[in-house]
Design a protein around this ligand. Structure first.
Ligand code: 13P
Length: 255
């Protein structure tokens, strides 16, 4: 982390876990544990949990995010949720382009870009995910791919809008596998992302952008990862479902 230049952000991604009642209970448990955080604390929750989560987080330092957003403002898009609806529900953040959406739900670099623009135009903060598969890494394409995904996601995003963009480097091979990138691999991947932002917006702007690491980040490895200069926090899956573990990660990013 380099807190003199950019904000550290720890965000939970609950994925398809927790009913509204469970969401309320987990947030109530987390609130006292993270209240002194010296980093931004975000929980991205399933759509159906949003009202309960916003209510439970009220008056605390926990911000609520969604896990996806549609790129159209309204219309005949059965099953989708617009950025305006999220804002109206009290949501401040949204994850876009998670590898699970790319892998299982046909998300492409183009739709990631459209969703990013829609979210930013509605005033949401975005957590845009990029990351290589194991095969792409073994073929030596990591840098090329991360730069391409980053630039594609940010097409037509203005420098002003970029202030509301967080990018999460999530190597696909490290997600939910228990295999974490080494501290150096995370730093290198995040560095590639920052370099892509520098190529598009200039080095000074790139230094101000929060780049998270995600992929089996947990209470044990969070300190080592966030010690790295390019790792400005994390996007946490499994460990964000346990209040005590999540609080340890928040503490690591609060140093
Ligand atoms: P895990 O922390 O469970 O590996 O998930 C990471 C992730 O995909 C966060 O978006």
């Amino acid at each position: 982390m380099n807190k003199t230049k950019r904000k550290a952000v720890i965000a939970g991604n609950w994925k398809m876990n927790n009913t509204p009642a469970a969401a309320k209970a987990l947030i109530e448990e987390m609130k006292p544990l993270v209240k002194d955080a010296d980093c931004e604390v975000v929980l991205c929750v399933p759509f159906i949990d949003i009202p309960a989560a916003v209510e439970a987080a009220k008056g605390s330092n926990i911000k609520i995010g969604a896990e996806n957003v549609h790129f159209k403002a309204s219309g005949a898009y059965t099953g989708e949720i617009s950025a305006e609806m999220l804002v109206a529900a009290g949501v401040e953040y949204v994850i876009i382009g998670h590898s699970e959406r790319r892998q299982y739900f046909g998300e492409t670099d183009q739709t990631v870009n459209l969703r990013t623009l829609a979210a930013l135009n509605a005033g949401l903060k975005t957590i845009v995910c990029v990351g290589e598969t194991l095969e792409q890494r073994e073929l030596g394409y990591t840098e090329t791919l991360l730069k391409y995904q980053t630039k594609m996601a940010l097409t037509n995003v203005t420098a002003e809008q970029l202030k509301n963009v967080i990018i999460a480097y999530e190597p696909v091979w490290a997600i939910g596998t228990g295999v974490t990138a080494t501290d150096d691999q995370a730093d290198e991947g995040n560095g590639f992302v920052r370099a892509a932002v520098a190529e598009a917006y200039g080095a000074d702007v790139a230094e101000t952008v929060t780049v998270q690491y995600g992929g089996s980040m947990n209470a044990k490895n969070a300190e080592g990862l966030t010690d790295k200069v390019n790792v400005d926090g994390g996007l946490i899956g499994g460990a964000s479902l346990k209040a005590a573990d999540f609080a340890v990660i928040v503490k690591a990013a609060s140093r």
